[in-house]
Design a protein around this ligand. Structure first.
Ligand code: FES
Length: 111
């Protein structure tokens, strides 16, 4: 899944996350400091509902290189596993990534 996130996906609105909010340390294809851990603000960029992780969503998996992502139950916006929004959904931008830092092997400070 992580490897597939690195491929440019034409189905994404902003695959390089140039118009999205994330710290400079997350300006990469996985939008994370560590590719195995994704940290994002779980608020849809459309009207603020909570997208949920879906690894088995057939429609999402059919349209993206990488299987899995986040689906907003309110109006159907879909994001890949890096929080990048799919084209032709209501959400205008990728999920926001907060400032964060790893303070240990298993601890994380957000903000
Ligand atoms: S609030 Fe998520 S699609 Fe509308």
């Amino acid at each position: 899944m992580v490897r597939a996130l690195r491929w440019p996906d034409p189905e994404l609105v902003d695959p390089q996350s140039k118009r999205s909010e994330q710290p400079a340390s997350c300006a990469n294809p996985t939008r994370s400091e560590r590719a195995d851990l994704f940290v994002a603000i779980g608020i849809c960029t459309h009207l603020g509902c909570t997208p949920t992780l879906r690894l088995d969503d057939a429609a999402l998996n059919a349209e993206l290189h990488a299987p899995g992502g986040f689906v907003c139950p309110c109006h159907g916006s879909r994001y890949d596993l890096a929080g990048r929004v799919v084209k032709n959904v209501p959400a205008p931008t990728n999920l926001e990534i907060p400032d964060y830092a790893f303070t240990g092997a298993s601890t994380l400070r957000i903000g």
